[in-house]
Design a protein around this ligand. Structure first.
Ligand SMILES: [Zn+2]
Length: 293
């Protein structure tokens, strides 16, 4: 099943919902960054949350960034999504290993630790929107739920999951976000609570071969789910040598001259997709000429 996101409404538009299957994009992130299983799970959950949240952006060039910083061994991670299902991201310490949690699961909360979640929406205005909340568990889904409730005042339920194969590749990944509109009736809320209590888990459902649509039909059982659209999702970074060159130009003449004087090619790495760009001394000299300061 190729990665995609579905958006839906339910209970006469009293509920808005998203669901996604993201196995391929989480596996692409794992390969790009050579992440350990616990980091694959952590980053995969954040990528999945981010790519669903990105679809709420209005403008084609708008970007949504989720930044987790914690005192755990992974230190933090950053994910950026656009409105068209493209998402990229990285963890600060991609190879962290931890023993499983008490429940025998990958200890994502332990890898993240205590800290903050920042949500940055860049909508082409002078100042981006920034919402910041305290991490609740570091397990990501609960942290996003808390963010929606406190920062956006939207009561939400978020489920995110990454299941690994024995060889540490990604077997299943996906998630859902269910949000209540301000006028949601109490009967709808209690029905939703019952459904959520009966719901096994994102990865269990996906591993049974169910689609994101079927996942929403379980979470929103008996609530007349209406799928409003579907969109492919992918791990995609828009970096290229031109952009990296711009970044080098921005560090200024003095530093570039110092690089040239060392008479060695340099290697620049894109954090988001881990692509390396090489610049020869000749190329650096050409970059230097483009510097204004
Ligand atoms: Zn990149």
């Amino acid at each position: 099943m190729a990665d995609y996101i579905v958006r839906a409404t339910a209970a006469n538009a009293q509920i808005r919902a998203f669901a996604a299957t993201t196995r391929e994009l989480v596996e692409a992130a794992r390969k790009a960054h050579d992440t350990s299983p616990v980091v694959t799970a952590a980053l995969g959950r954040l990528l999945t949350g981010g790519v669903m949240m990105g679809t709420t952006l209005k403008g084609e060039k708008d970007l949504l960034t989720l930044q987790v910083s914690g005192d755990g061994p992974m230190k933090g991670m950053t994910v950026t999504a656009d409105s068209q299902g493209n998402v990229k991201g990285y963890a600060i310490k991609p190879q962290v290993m931890l023993p499983p949690s008490a429940l025998g699961k990958l200890d994502v909360g332990g890898a993240v630790g205590k800290g903050m979640l920042r949500v940055i929406k860049d909508m082409g205005l002078k100042e981006p929107y920034v919402g910041q909340t305290t991490l609740q568990t570091g397990e990501i889904a609960e942290d996003l739920t808390y963010y929606f409730a406190t920062s956006e005042q939207v009561p939400s339920s978020v489920g995110l999951g990454v299941l690994m194969e024995k060889d540490n590749t990604v077997k299943q990944a996906g998630g859902f976000i269910v949000q209540l509109m301000p006028f949601t009736e109490d009967t709808v809320i209690s029905k939703l609570e019952r459904n959520l209590a009966e719901f096994s888990s994102v990865t269990t459902v996906l591993n049974e071969g169910k689609t994101p649509e079927e996942m929403l039909n379980l979470v929103l059982k008996g609530m007349d789910v209406e799928i409003t659209d579907t969109m492919p999702a992918r791990f995609y970074c828009n970096c290229d040598k031109k952009r990296v060159e711009k970044a080098i130009i921005s560090i200024g003449k003095k530093e570039i001259s110092e690089m040239i004087s060392e008479n060695k090619p340099i290697e620049v790495n894109c954090h988001f997709c881990n692509t390396f760009y090489n610049f020869s001394v000749e190329e650096l000299k050409a970059v230097l000429k483009k510097c204004s300061k």
